[in-house]
Ligand binder design. Structure first.
Ligand code: 5CA
Ligand code: ZN
Length: 364
């Protein structure tokens, strides 16, 4: 499984946490089924927003990235999101990235504008397979999400940047196509290929990555290797909003995990997120945290009892709900029902505690 990681220029907000939590449920379900899970995640530790924030705050871009990656990892740990086998930074993978761009060039899929290397969309026979979006939608989203449909000299507005030639004051690395730095999508293609190869099971992220990021990455992987599919399933979590808008670093409407941590039990934060199905878009409100705190207290009291209703059915129900497209709200309801019931099964409190811990990541 490859899940797109953060761009580390600001702290982790509840939207990020919600996305990584969805893939944590996949990871836990696979482990529960006995699989040896290979999970890779990148960190976009060099990119425009990071460099802009570093310049605006007078911080060194490397220190900013390192600091935010550290905070992200501690937030994930507090939320009991199991770490990937590898976290891979773009700055550690420049050679692999330039090798992928080299292969795309050998296959005639690239061209140059003033030292910037572009992928030519007409060289990608599978373009559109990931998102299924119309060209009109693609053009709008490409402009919104870091693309440059209007740049002069491009052969097609949807051609995308693979390598950006060095600009004054920006970090850069040597490459066969001159000094510069990688474009966004190719970093994930190269890191996934290096760690997982082609045809891995799940590529994941939030739904804002469906297009252009995962569409373009899949095409790079296809054209570079000649193999398809790049990932067997593309899985996307819904967007978490606040006050009517998607929570995003660029809009500044954020609830940070690190701000909640000192004042809230992280298990209540996790339960508040689990109360929503991963694919839905939803809005954060403070009362959801109050409800989650009450649920956590009910569950903790229930597992502290000497006996309760039979536990085997709870284990089966939670497994069944998670296996049904990660129905976390259904899994919570199964534990709610057990906690509200009475019974004389003396082994069930310990079993339900283990179920909540292993499958849902809730430490009671
Ligand atoms: N570094 C790239 C991916 S290679 C990136 O998108 N970074 S990010 O920091 O902007 O987002 C990290 C992850 O959180 C992505 O999977 C993104 O889809 C997800 N995400 C961002 N905002 C939200 C939100 N409001 N709700 C849910 N998920 C979100
Ligand atoms: Zn990515």
């Amino acid at each position: 499984m490859y899940v797109c990681g953060i761009t580390p220029y600001d702290a982790t907000h509840l939207g990020h946490a919600n996305t990584y939590l969805a893939f944590d449920l996949v990871n836990r379900a696979w482990r529960d089924a006995g699989h040896d899970v290979h999970y890779t995640q990148n960190a976009t530790d060099v990119d425009d927003p990071l460099l802009e924030r570093a310049a605006a705050t007078g911080t060194d871009w490397r220190s900013l990235g390192e600091r935010e990656i550290e905070l992200f990892r501690s937030d994930m740990e507090a939320l009991r999101i199991l770490p990937p086998r590898e976290y891979v930074g773009v700055t550690e993978t420049i050679d692999e990235i330039t090798a992928v761009i080299g292969r795309l060039t050998e296959r005639g899929a690239t061209y140059d504008i003033d030292g910037d290397v572009y992928f030519s969309v007409t060289a990608a026979p599978k373009f559109g397979a990931v998102s299924g979006y119309s060209e009109e939608t693609m053009l709008a989203l490409f402009a919104e999400r870091g693309g440059d449909p209007g740049r002069e000299g491009k052969r097609h507005p949807l051609d995308w940047l693979l390598w950006r030639a060095e600009r004054p004051g920006e970090p850069s690395w040597d490459s066969p196509f001159g000094r510069g730095r990688p474009g966004w999508h190719v970093e994930c293609t190269a890191i996934a290929l290096r760690n997982l190869g082609t045809g891995f099971d799940v590529a994941g992220g939030g739904s804002d990555l469906i297009f252009p990021h995962h569409e373009m990455g899949a095409c790079e992987g296809h054209v570079a290797t000649g193999e398809w599919p790049f990932a067997r399933a593309y899985v996307h979590a819904g967007m978490v909003g606040l006050d009517g808008e998607k929570m995003s670093k660029s809009k500044g409407n954020l609830v940070f995990v690190s701000r909640l941590r000192p004042v809230t039990d992280p298990m209540a934060v996790r339960l508040a997120l689990l109360a929503h199905h991963y694919r839905t878009d939803w809005e954060w409100t403070a009362d959801q945290l109050t409800e989650a705190e009450a649920r956590l207290a009910r569950w903790r009291a229930a597992v502290a009892r000497p006996a309760g209703p039979a536990g085997d059915a709870v284990l089966a129900a939670v497994r069944e709900r998670v296996a049904d497209d990660l129905d976390a709200p259904g899994a919570l309801a199964a534990i709610d029902a057990w906690a509200a019931g009475e019974g004389d099964d003396a082994s069930s409190p310990a079993l339900v505690r283990d179920v909540a811990d292993a499958l849902l990541g809730i430490a009671l």
